[in-house]
Design a protein. Structure first.
Length: 314
C-alpha cells in the first residue's frame, strides 16, 4: 500500500504546490504566532472566517491599537467570506470588512450545522461550482484549545472529513454536492436559511485536513501507511503524539493490552512496535521527533497525529 505524504511546513512558506483553504475559528491569534499565521493566511487560495473568527483577525492585524504596523496591515488580505449565524461577529468588525468591499458576509441560520461546518460547506460549494480545478487542502485555525466540547467538535469534523483508509492518492469525494444559491438581500448580506432539506451536516471526504491551534498542528492518519515531514525545528517539535480513538476494553491487565490501534513507527525517539494503543491503556503522548528523520507510521485504524508548533521567537 502506498504511503500518504504529509508536509505541513509548506503552509508556512508561502503558496507553493496545491492550493489550500483556511478557516479561521473564534479563538485568539497569539502574538507568538502572528508571523507564522500571516504566512499561512496570505498564501491561502481561499480565506474564510467562522463568525467571531473575523473579530480575532481584525484585532490582531487591522484594529488601530493592534500590535501590527500600518505597513504590515496593508499586506494582510481580507477574508473572502465571513460565515455563520453571526451571533459573535462585532458590528465594528462587520462594518470594517464590508466597507473594504472584498468580503461577503453570509448569514447561515441553519441550526443543523455549526459555524465550522457551514464554512466547510462553503469550501465545497466553491469547488463544486468549478472555481477550483481540484479539491483544495483544508486548514482549520483554532479549535483545539478552550472549551472541551468545542475541541471535541473539531475532532468530530476531522473525522467527518477524513477518508477511512489511506491509499496515497486523492480521496474519493463521491458525487458533487448540490448547493442552493441564495439571493443577496437589499443590505448586501447573503442570507441562507433553513429548509425541509436541511439535515445534520454531511461533509465530503478530503485527503488533507490540518488543524493548527495555539501550540500544535494535528491531523488524522487514516488506516494505512504515512510519511511525515516535520523536520524543520524552526516550526515543529520536539514533542509529538499518536492518539487512538479506541477505549481499552480489557481493564483486568492494562500492562498487556489486547485491544486498540496497532501502530508502528520509524523516526521517533521512542518508536512504536505494534503494541495495541487505546485510551485507558497504552498511549504514546509526549513522544519526541528525532532530528533529521522523516517519520513513517503504519496503523491499522485511524488515529490522531499531533506535533508541537513552536512560537515565532523560538
Amino acid at each position: 500500500m502506498a504511503e500518504q505524504h504529509w508536509d505541513p511546513s509548506r503552509l508556512f512558506e508561502g503558496a507553493t504546490g496545491r492550493g489550500y483553504a483556511v478557516i479561521l475559528l473564534n479563538q485568539p491569534i497569539l502574538p507568538v504566532h502572528r508571523s507564522s499565521f500571516l504566512k499561512l493566511w496570505c498564501g491561502a487560495t481561499l480565506r474564510i472566517c467562522a463568525d467571531g473568527g473575523a473579530n480575532r483577525l481584525y484585532d490582531s492585524y487591522f484594529a488601530p491599537d493592534s500590535s501590527s504596523t500600518s505597513s504590515v496591515v496593508s499586506d494582510v488580505p481580507e477574508p473572502h467570506d465571513i460565515i455563520g449565524d453571526l451571533d459573535s461577529l462585532r458590528l465594528d468588525v462587520r462594518s470594517y470588512f464590508e466597507q473594504k468591499g472584498k468580503t461577503t458576509v453570509r448569514h447561515v441560520a441553519s441550526q443543523y450545522s455549526t459555524d465550522l461546518q457551514k464554512c466547510v460547506l462553503r469550501v465545497e460549494e466553491l469547488e463544486t461550482e468549478g472555481a477550483q480545478a481540484e479539491q483544495m487542502d483544508l486548514v482549520l485555525v483554532g479549535g483545539l484549545s478552550g472549551r472541551l466540547d468545542q475541541t471535541m467538535h473539531t475532532i468530530h469534523v476531522l473525522c467527518q472529513l477524513s477518508p477511512l483508509e489511506s491509499s496515497g492518492e486523492r480521496a474519493d469525494t463521491g458525487p458533487p454536492r448540490r448547493h442552493k444559491k441564495m439571493p443577496r438581500a437589499a443590505d448586501g448580506e447573503v442570507r441562507e436559511g433553513e429548509s425541509e432539506e436541511d439535515d445534520f451536516a454531511t461533509l465530503q471526504k478530503r485527503k488533507t485536513t490540518y488543524v493548527i491551534s495555539e501550540n500544535s498542528v494535528a491531523w488524522i492518519l487514516s488506516k494505512g501507511n504515512h510519511s511525515i515531514d516535520v523536520d524543520d525545528d524552526r516550526l515543529f517539535g520536539p514533542t509529538c503524539g499518536l492518539l487512538p480513538f479506541e477505549l481499552q476494553l480489557d481493564s483486568s491487565n492494562s500492562a498487556a493490552p489486547t485491544s486498540g490501534a496497532i501502530i508502528k513507527t520509524q523516526g521517533l525517539e521512542w518508536d512504536l512496535d505494534g503494541t495495541p494503543s487505546a485510551v485507558g491503556g497504552f498511549l504514546s503522548t509526549s513522544n519526541h521527533l528525532r532530528k533529521g528523520q522523516q517519520i513513517h507510521v503504519q496503523t491499522d485504524r485511524a488515529i490522531i497525529w499531533t506535533v508541537e508548533l513552536r512560537s515565532d521567537q523560538s
